[in-house]
Design a protein around this ligand. Structure first.
Ligand code: NAD
Ligand code: MG
Length: 306
């Protein structure tokens, strides 16, 4: 993230423009970062919307917990939510403190509160305590964005260690159940839960068997939970990103040799930038989507979905 990240340009997400070249097609180097990856070290840099996202008052006074809010899609969502008038709590791994501080700066520059919550969501106790700490720091909670995710590419099923298998399921789907259970004590009618799934839920890559199957589980969980919570006035939806340039990808999320062509095969011909995801989350969090429940909003550059 650039140092002067509080400026906004005259071009924002509402400016009429051609989506093909809103961003260039990127060709990242075959470089690998250590897991969980760093936004600061991402090459080329990604757009989190810090210079461009313009709020229009759609989340004024809202209180949101965003897991994985230090970088990538979660950071873009935190920045957009703050510019729309929400206070945000972000959870992230302790190794990601610098990225989290960068997001905190943009949120506070928008005049909103940022609550920073480092910890490991594969730990069931942390899942419960992170919700309580978010509620305490925000003075309540009415949006839960279950966005944290782990993705490690492996050539063969034989290369997926039990440790990797369990950590991926813990972080991607078990934490979602636990965070949701903990949050429900606090969420008033009108609240929204938004789960980050993936195009991988329907088009699994042969190198992502563990990850892709958690995403299929998230789709199913979202549709079931949406029906269960509808009578309480809590709406549950999902966002399914396609190839988005975030630290997840070069930190073993893709085979390194695939990075130079990342995202180029979608109909729009380029990878998406994290800020291009933010409006989908804003829409699903906002009261304007009052009749939208159990939906999966695909933001994937045009790949057909079921
Ligand atoms: P990212 O690396 O920026 O964000 C993922 C975040 O998950 C990390 O920043 C980290 O804070 C968090 N996380 C991972 N394991 C954790 C753990 N054990 N405890 C606590 N936090 C943990 O990458 P991103 O691409 O923005 O990922 C956000 C979500 O988007 C993920 O659910 C991912 O599966 C999904 N997604 C990404 C893409 C893509 O192309 N980037 C495509 C489809 C779906
Ligand atoms: Mg991160």
């Amino acid at each position: 993230m650039a140092s002067d990240d509080t400026d906004t340009t005259t071009t924002d997400q509402l400016t009429f423009q051609n989506p093909v070249d809103r961003y260039p097609s990127i060709s990242p180097p075959e470089e690998t970062q250590a897991e969980p990856g760093s936004q600061r070290e991402l090459t080329p840099a990604a757009d989190l919307g810090e210079h461009s996202y313009r709020g229009t008052g759609r989340l004024v006074g809202r209180k949101a917990l965003i897991t994985g809010g230090d970088s990538g899609i979660g950071a873009a969502v935190a920045i957009a939510f703050a510019r729309e008038g929400a206070d945000v709590a972000i959870s992230y791994l302790p190794a990601e403190e610098e990225d989290a501080r960068d997001v905190e700066r943009v949120v506070t520059a928008a005049g909103r509160t940022a609550v920073l919550l480092p910890g490991d969501l594969t730990d069931a106790d942390f899942c419960a305590s992170v919700v309580d700490r978010a509620v305490e720091g925000l003075g309540g909670l009415d949006v839960l964005v279950n966005n944290a995710g782990k993705q490690i590419a492996t050539e063969s099923i034989h290369d997926i260690t039990d440790e990797q298998l369990e950590a991926t399921y813990q972080a991607n789907i078990l934490a979602m159940f636990r965070l949701t259970k903990a949050a429900l004590k606090h969420l008033p009618p009108g609240s929204a839960i938004i789960n980050t799934t993936s195009v991988q839920a329907y088009e699994p890559s042969p190198t992502l068997l563990d990850y892709a199957s958690t995403k299929a589980a998230i789709n199913n969980f979202t549709k079931g939970l949406a029906q269960q919570l509808a009578p309480q006035g809590i709406r549950v939806n999902a966002v399914a990103p396609g190839p988005i340039w975030t630290p997840l990808q070069p930190s073993h999320g893709q085979p390194a040799e695939d990075l130079p062509e990342f995202g180029q095969s979608v109909p729009l011909g380029r990878a998406g930038q994290p800020t291009e995801l933010a409006p989908a989350y804003v829409f699903l969090a906002s009261p304007e989507s009052s009749y939208v429940l159990g939906e999966t909003l695909n933001v994937n550059g045009g790949s057909p979905t079921p």
